[in-house]
Design a protein around this ligand. Structure first.
Ligand SMILES: Nc1ncnc2c1ncn2[C@@H]1O[C@H](COP(=O)(O)OP(=O)(O)OP(=O)(O)O)[C@@H](O)[C@H]1O
Ligand SMILES: Cc1cn([C@H]2C[C@H](O)[C@@H](COP(=O)(O)O)O2)c(=O)[nH]c1=O
Length: 193
């Protein structure tokens, strides 16, 4: 089973992912951007305030393609529970926001369309729901994505994704204390495995 953790920067994904990893030694824990050289290229782009948004989309997508073939698909074929901190929905929500002011029409549909022929959809996606202001405060605004106005647009894109696929997404209130958020995610996994 493939479970993904999604949400704005600062919503608590990594906090949950690390706690789950400590509790479930048999599962496979992975993340995007990955720690491969493709992921290194993505992080170079994140650090560049002037990066071309279309080029950046394809860097993230290359990292995802390699993540699928090197980690996700082999683990799923071996019957493992796979937990990924960010996955394709991050691209749909974030890159649709960065592409909004370009010549690309309907960027969310465009980014989804690029993935459709090759990606493997998650079985369940936990969405850690947090307002953009709290998210930017928690994340510390250390990169170009962690700004309140941008995160508000990303959040609106996540809402569109949830609306289009309500059976896959499970919304968790990320304003609750960390132990409560973790307990909720644990119960979602227990219900589905
Ligand atoms: N439920 C929570 N309530 C309050 N603070 C939290 C909660 N969960 C995490 N935090 C704090 O918020 C900050 C960001 O958490 P974390 O790194 O887990 O978020 P993230 O979603 O992985 O962010 P990013 O996408 O930027 O990596 C950390 O300081 C963390 O301790
Ligand atoms: C996978 C992915 C990530 N991003 C953005 C979101 C964050 O601001 C950074 C790095 O992610 P992290 O979880 O904070 O380490 O990259 C993105 O815009 N698109 C994506 O597909």
């Amino acid at each position: 089973m493939l479970l993904t953790l999604e949400g704005l920067d600062g919503s608590g994904k990594t906090t949950v992912w690390e706690a789950l990893r400590a509790d479930r030694p048999d599962a496979v824990f992975t993340r995007e951007p990955t720690d491969s050289w493709y992921g290194d290229a993505v992080y170079r782009s994140i650090a560049d305030d002037d990066a071309d948004p279309l080029a950046e989309l394809f860097l993230y997508t290359a990292d995802h393609a390699n993540h699928l073939s090197s980690t996700i698909e082999p683990a799923l074929e071996a019957g493992e529970l796979v937990v990924s901190d960010r996955y394709c929905d991050s691209r749909y929500a974030y890159q649709a926001a960065t592409l909004a002011d370009t010549r690309i029409d309907r960027p969310l549909e465009y980014v989804r369309g690029i993935h459709r022929p090759f990606t493997r959809e998650p079985d369940v996606t936990v969405y850690l729901d947090l307002d953009a202001e709290t998210a930017a405060d928690r994340a510390g605004s250390t990169n170009k994505f962690e700004r309140r106005e941008y995160l508000a647009r990303v959040r609106a894109n996540y809402e569109r994704l949830i609306e289009s696929d309500p059976d896959r997404f499970v919304r968790v209130d990320a304003t609750r204390p960390p132990a409560e958020v973790l307990a909720r995610v644990e119960s979602i996994i227990d219900d589905r495995t």
